[in-house]
Design a protein around this ligand. Structure first.
Ligand SMILES: [Zn+2]
Length: 171
């Protein structure tokens, strides 16, 4: 298994359940696996954390991406998916992630705790290298299909404030 030296974290969002090619409704984890993608963890709407790839194995979550002087962040960054409750098509998912009510308090708390743990374990990860997928794979990097997740409904300032407090408590 290929491992990485984690230097940052990419925050994603996706539907909790999706309909696969065979018409079957599957959990995000199984959906990603079925298309050859992976992430280190999922944060369920109730705040529970579901692991996928063990850290620090390399996962396939960021694709074409660029942040803080590095490209192709799968080789450098951990990845985590916030799950949007329910079964979604691409369109219903995109509508949901613009709604501030989509992401739960439990998700903010669990995500901040998880990122703080990773920052403690891997000192190269800093507040500056915890980024949204839309930051690292936006219009400059992927003009043909810029990434929109985790979405404008995810309160980035609130999350970063929570993470800063945990980072201070770590030291
Ligand atoms: Zn993403």
């Amino acid at each position: 298994m290929k491992t990485i030296e984690p230097k940052g974290i990419v925050i994603h969002s996706m539907a909790q359940y999706l309909v696969n090619e065979g018409g079957k409704t599957v959990h995000a984890r199984d959906f990603l696996a079925s298309i050859g993608l992976s992430v280190h963890a999922f944060v369920e709407p109730d705040g529970s954390v579901v692991p996928m790839k063990p850290v620090p194995q390399k996962a396939s979550h960021a694709g074409k991406s660029k942040w803080n002087g590095l490209e192709y962040l799968n080789s450098h960054y951990l990845g985590v998916e916030l799950l949007v409750e329910g079964v979604h098509s691409y369109d219903s998912f995109i509508a949901k992630i613009k709604d501030p009510k989509t992401f739960t308090e439990a998700q903010y708390t669990s995500l901040a705790n998880l990122c703080a743990e990773w920052m403690k374990e891997y000192p190269l990860i800093s507040l500056d290298t915890v980024a949204r997928h839309s930051d690292v794979s936006g219009v400059e990097v992927r003009p043909e299909a810029p990434k929109q997740d985790p979405g404008s409904g995810f309160n980035w300032l609130k999350f970063r404030t929570m993470l800063s407090i945990r980072e201070l408590e770590n030291y």
